[in-house]
Design a protein around this ligand. Structure first.
Ligand SMILES: [Zn+2]
Length: 114
């Protein structure tokens, strides 16, 4: 399979990593990640990456504060946590027990932080 050679659109890092198994191209510098459909070549953004100067992995929230966690819709937050956990679990071959425990904590936080 050929290596992709494109620069990160978020931070300009020319050395993007390719996860061939999952058809994901990602940037280790800012966390930007896109999933590339091998059939259509279509790229679907998974992670926008960090904005320069921002400490979090999420772009700045628009508008005022609501019943949100870290400026995000709570369901979005839970889905994001699940997606990141899944990614980490596969990337580092984590034990599924660890995944289940962290996911359980995330779900508990989700229901507690009303
Ligand atoms: Zn980047």
């Amino acid at each position: 399979m050929a290596e992709e050679s494109m620069a990160c659109p978020n931070c300009g890092n020319p050395q993007l990593d390719v996860d061939a198994a999952n058809s994901v191209v990602y940037c280790q510098q800012c966390g930007f990640a896109v999933k590339v459909d091998p059939n259509t070549g279509e790229a679907t953004p998974i992670n926008q990456g960090r904005a320069p100067g921002s400490s979090g992995g999420v772009s700045a929230p628009l508008g005022g504060a609501g019943p949100n966690v870290f400026g995000m819709d709570k369901l979005t937050f839970l889905l994001l946590v699940t997606a990141v956990l899944l990614l980490l679990t596969f990337m580092y071959n984590l034990d599924l027990t660890i995944f289940a425990v962290i996911e359980a904590i995330a779900v508990a936080l989700f229901f507690l932080k009303r």
